[in-house]
Design a protein around this ligand. Structure first.
Ligand SMILES: Nc1ncnc2c1ncn2[C@@H]1O[C@H](COP(=O)(O)OP(=O)(O)O)[C@@H](O)[C@H]1O
Ligand SMILES: [Mg+2]
Length: 279
């Protein structure tokens, strides 16, 4: 088993230096029924193996940005490139983990993780090895035969992470994957995700509205402004991994980002009040 986990990590570290550079170039997206673009001219490059977290208030365009990066949504202008190649559709190189885990309730945990490999035509013996390795990464080797309703919220979310990891993508996209969980489970999963990332060094683009979560995990935090969604500020988190989540260094960076977001929320509220009085 240990060897199988190593297979997954080693294949990643072999590609770490050269694969997984995700570029979002001049991205804008307007929905027809809105007066502001959801996102406006966003430029963001996630280097191979980098953990980038995007934070911002609700409605500022975070999910729109991630869905475009996944190829699930077409931008109004601009483009997404993975290792220099333009992306226009979803693909196994960028698996996505959503807040709603989206697991199939009629399949076991094991079968949920296995499904993507089956659809890809991977042989049964390779599937077995890869599913076991992915379940081991999320510490759920003993839960494979359980149906989804028999799992806790935290376990379900770990299965959905295993389902993404099993495809061995260079890039992992995560849209508020832990926001429906209680604080204790969330902290456990932060530690697990940090551990998985330290071992595999995948490129991660992670969305959250939680500043604490962002600073625990990120190499770099991107703060979005809203209406329209633009990059307001970028903050590097110069703390080595694995991190002690209780460290005062983390609290300090959290304070900086919280103040920035508060200013952003105040700016938007003032703008809305001004628009309302002008109307
Ligand atoms: N499919 C859609 N159709 C119309 N408007 C949308 C759609 N998806 C998102 N929006 C709008 O785009 C803006 C950004 O939404 P979203 O990316 O979901 O924000 P966040 O994830 O930061 O909460 C919001 O104003 C939202 O109402
Ligand atoms: Mg969202």
């Amino acid at each position: 088993m240990g060897d199988k986990t190593m297979t997954l990590s080693q294949s990643n570290s072999a590609r770490r230096s050269s694969f997984g550079r995700l570029e979002l170039v001049n991205l804008s997206k307007s929905f027809t029924d809105s007066c502001f673009p959801a996102i406006d001219n966003i430029n963001l490059t996630c280097e191979a193996g980098e953990f980038v977290v995007v934070v911002g208030p609700s409605g500022c365009g975070k999910s729109t940005l991630l869905n475009i990066a996944a190829g699930l949504l077409a931008p109004s202008s601009g483009e997404v490139r993975l290792d220099g190649v333009r992306i226009t559709a979803p693909g196994p190189s960028r698996t996505i983990v959503f807040q709603e885990h989206g697991l199939f309730p009629w399949l076991t945990a094991y079968q949920n993780v296995e499904l993507g490999l089956k659809l890809k035509g991977i042989s049964k013996s390779e599937r077995q090895d890869r599913v076991q390795a992915a379940l081991k990464m999320v510490h759920l080797t003993s839960a494979g035969e359980k149906l989804i309703h028999q799992l806790s919220g935290g376990m379900r979310q770990r299965i959905s992470i295993a389902r993404a990891l099993v495809m061995d993508p260079p890039v992992l996209l995560m849209d508020e994957p832990f926001s429906a969980l209680d604080a204790h489970t969330r902290t456990l999963l932060h530690a697990e995700l940090q551990d998985i990332w330290c071992r595999t060094k995948k490129t991660v683009l992670f969305i959250t509205h939680s500043v604490g979560e962002a600073v625990r995990l990120a190499d770099r935090v991107i703060i979005l402004a809203s209406q329209p969604g633009r990059i307001r500020r970028e903050v590097r988190v110069p703390i080595a991994h694995p991190r002690d989540f209780d460290s005062p260094d983390i609290s300090e960076v959290v304070g900086v980002i919280r103040r920035e977001i508060e200013e952003e929320v105040n700016r938007v509220n003032a703008q809305m009040a001004q628009d309302a009085s002008a109307a």
